[in-house]
Design a protein around this ligand. Structure first.
Ligand SMILES: Cc1ncc(COP(=O)(O)O)c(C=O)c1O
Length: 409
């Protein structure tokens, strides 16, 4: 039998989806499961977007331009302008989801064996994208105890080597919910300039910034146009994960012309998704205000509930729709599997993402889980009851957490 590629062997499976067989079994046994394990929002997509899909009247579903439909790229300029991000349509490459934007950016900017520094915990698929590109992820640790703030400058300096080519952040962050401040971004700017590094920012949760914290995009940094790569997506913005539309954005012309070669090889991003995405730019502000108010209510409820459970500690996130919680447990993988296999409360249980998959060393996430507050308040209420009951009876419970005050960012 022909052998499997080395990359294929090293490609990490999704740590978020690995519990799915246990969830399927639990469902087959009649248990109701509250899914807090995955960032699939229950919010309706904007009406203008759904209408555009309903009204599609094409005779031929053609390929689009490899960089994306030009009218969509031109219209996107007005979307970004609202955030004080000033770009031209040539700076935008439309991709098949933010996922493809990250893949193309890595292949465009880094060689096999190059290193990319990423604060951990980080979005687990960054491991998969870097494996595909042959790039090594160098993590820098950020702690739940200080709200997952950016590690200090000298921590980055210590891990920079001649192979370091880029620093990547996710802002606001999946999985931590941390919203990076202007000062944190400026410290990254200094590092990028000093060491001539690319600065990648995954800003797919831009719409989800809370508590009147001002949102500071990587694109607001001055004097760094050649180094900055913005990675974006409409999946979360419009609750349109299935549309599969993202974007890679940079003012570095060499980067964009190289990225275009990768884009040409995969021909074009999805036509239907782009039509929907173009229409979605006309989404009324009221839609975003309502969605944000809903997420703030969910976040406040979940954080309050978690921190009132004995032995549980949760930092208060300022963005995205995730939080990381430290639990009084021996092992988050075992606990999350046990929740599905062995536990139920009134015929219900909860599915969480073990944090082990978000750290470079599983050990660091053994006591933490990521919770996506993507369900309505009633369901969240039941989910929190289930989690509280589960922690009371979990055989691997360990009392090792000293305080449970909320860390404000
Ligand atoms: C931080 C982050 N980046 C990128 C993506 C990929 O999104 P897309 O659906 O646009 O491929 C996700 C999806 O959950 C995400 O959470």
């Amino acid at each position: 039998m022909p052998s499997i590629s080395e990359k294929g062997k090293h490609m990490p499976p999704s740590p978020i989806r690995k519990l799915v067989p246990y969830a399927d079994k639990a469902k087959a046994e009649g248990k109701k499961i509250y899914h807090l394990n995955i960032g699939q929002p229950d919010i309706e997509s904007p009406k203008v977007m759904l209408d555009a899909i309903r009204n599609i009247d094409l005779k031929v579903i053609e390929y689009s331009h490899s960089a994306g439909i030009e009218s969509y790229r031109r219209k996107l300029i007005s979307y970004y302008k609202k955030y004080n991000i000033n770009i031209n349509f040539e700076d935008i490459l439309i991709t098949t989801g933010g996922s493809e934007a990250i893949e193309i950016a890595m292949m465009t900017c880094l060689n096999e064996g190059d290193e990319i520094i990423i604060p951990e915990p980080f979005y687990a698929n960054y491991n998969g994208f870097s494996t595909q590109a042959g790039v090594t992820v160098v993590p820098v640790f950020s702690s739940i105890r200080n709200g997952f703030a950016l590690p200090p400058h000298d921590v980055f300096e210590k891990v920079i080597t001649p192979r370091t080519k880029a620093i990547m952040i996710c802002n606001p962050s999946n999985p931590t919910g941390h919203l990076y401040s202007k000062e944190e971004l400026q410290s990254l700017r200094d590092l990028a300039l000093k060491h001539d590094l690319y600065l990648f920012a995954d800003e797919v949760y831009r719409e989800f910034c809370y508590d009147n914290n001002s949102y500071f995009s990587i694109m607001h940094l001055e004097g760094l146009d050649e180094n900055i790569i913005l990675l974006d997506s409409i999946s979360k913005r419009y609750s349109a994960c299935g549309a599969r539309i993202g974007a890679m954005i940079s003012k570095n012309k060499k980067v964009m012309s190289t990225a275009m070669k990768f884009a040409q090889a995969r021909l074009s991003p999805p036509t239907f998704g782009q039509i929907a995405a173009e229409a979605a730019i006309d989404t009324p502000q009221e839609y975003f205000d309502n969605v944000k108010a809903e997420y703030v209510a969910r976040r406040n409820f979940v954080i309050e509930q978690l921190n009132s459970m004995p032995g549980v500690f949760c930092a208060k996130p300022s963005g995205a729709f995730y939080c990381m919680a430290e639990l009084p447990i021996d092992d988050s993988d075992t606990f999350c599997q046990w929740l599905l296999e062995k536990f139920s409360y009134k015929g219900q249980t909860v599915m969480l993402a073990p944090a082990t998959g978000f750290y470079s060393h599983a050990e660091l996430g053994k006591k933490e889980v990521r919770i996506a507050y993507v369900l309505n308040l009633d369901d969240l209420k039941n989910a929190m009851i289930c989690l509280n009951e589960a922690l009371k009876v979990y055989p691997g419970r360990v009392e090792n957490i000293s305080n449970n005050t909320i860390v404000m960012q």
